[in-house]
Write a protein that binds this ligand. Sequence first.
Ligand SMILES: Cc1ncc(C[n+]2csc(CCOP(=O)(O)OP(=O)(O)O)c2C)c(N)n1
Ligand SMILES: [Mg+2]
Length: 325
Amino acid sequence: MLTKEDKLKMYHYLVLTRTFEDWIFYICHNQDQKNPMVIGKGYLSTGQEAISVGASYAMQENDWMAPSHRDVGAHLLRGMSMKDLLLQYMGREGSPTKGRDGNVHLGKSELKSLAFISHMGAMTAPANGVAFAMKYKGEKNAVISFYGDGAAQQGIVHEALNYAAVQKLPVVFVINNNRWAISTPVSTQTSVENLADRAVGYGMPSSICEGNNVYEVYDHVASALDRARAGEGPSMVECKSMRMSGHGTYDMAKYVPEEEFEEWKKKDPIKWAERILKEEGLADDAYFEKVKADIKEQLNKDIAEAVKHEQVRPGPQELADVYAE
Ligand SMILES: Cc1ncc(C[n+]2csc(CCOP(=O)(O)OP(=O)(O)O)c2C)c(N)n1
Ligand SMILES: [Mg+2]
């Protein structure tokens, strides 16, 4: 059962993720393109933050996750600092990838998150690897493997799901079905109504949840993780949501029908959480405004610090641990 403290904490992380990514969007569109602060582009989870926040909130300390590129909320919740994220986006030496990779291609083994690799769906295989090791060692932990509706069509995902089911691995496959894979709608990617319908073919249970209701995402993923930790094998949770921005900050998503955005705006995860918190008498508008203002203030401080202290871009010395002697 989620306590009041849990619910407010999850709300905080929704707002934190949104505020950070809104800033990334702003900078990508307003920075000096000849001397950019953010290297590359932003890949944002705007409008679907409840998936990564709700799912990762259900993790225990020794669980691992294999994030996708829309899981900044999960990175933050697992303890990634704002400074780490900022330096990563800025391609600086002090970032989790030491400036060798950019934006959302990151993870930190100290935080039990595998570093995200760009090949869609490919994170399901190392997620299985970690789960296999847990099972082999007799540990009662589990892994969340996050991936999108587009990634769900990759061959490696089908193999990984089959393998996880056959080996009864402690993995929860959390699908972020945000209806689009770049400019391809989900309706032209697959002939099944729900991606979760495939679970039966792999021999694992599945459930479908409102991906924009952070507390519902939590409930579904928490049950699936409990099941995995109890040795009952993998399961799949399909989170129905919508990518409320372009694929990256360079993409204004002109190919998405305006009505689709309008429809999903009504299901905004932050507003949804606010509605629930109000209905349950746990918080009011003044509280929400304060959370938003405090986060903005803290973010401004973190940005100033990151910019002041970490101007170093990686040089050849940073490659030293890439190659064996
Ligand atoms: C194997 C592979 N094919 C193509 C790409 C290019 N690509 C990057 S993201 C993306 C769309 C992914 O869509 P989805 O899995 O639905 O995730 P979303 O971006 O919607 O969260 C594609 C095609 C890639 N990175 N890897
Ligand atoms: Mg998608």
